[in-house]
Write a protein that binds this ligand. Sequence first.
Ligand SMILES: [Zn+2]
Length: 128
Amino acid sequence: MHEMAIANSLLDAIEKEALRFPQGRITKVGLRIGELAGVDRDALSFCWEAVVRGTEWEPLVLEIDYRPRRHRCERCSREFIVESYDVACPVCGEVNTIFAGGDELELAYLEVEDHEPCGAGAQGTERE
Ligand SMILES: [Zn+2]
């Protein structure tokens, strides 16, 4: 399954990233997925739970930042979301617009819970 491979490689990436935070614990992962990446979000969430289950990472929350297909207008420089395959600029009507995003498949962010006592003022929740 395609999504299972993605979940596995995502976990590999997180294990490498975790080496940078020896004092912390990664509690949340943000994955950016474009509309054109061909990834089924529900299937990926399901696979992610399966991959994490029973590991030291459980429960590691996966948040998906879904990005729609976007184009940029060469005439007025406006960037807009393409809906229903209509790539004409909604502002000036220009039909020759260029692809500007929507095929992302990348690690967007990690949320790390800091176990060091001097973490006052840092965002994120502390739990005992
Ligand atoms: Zn335009």
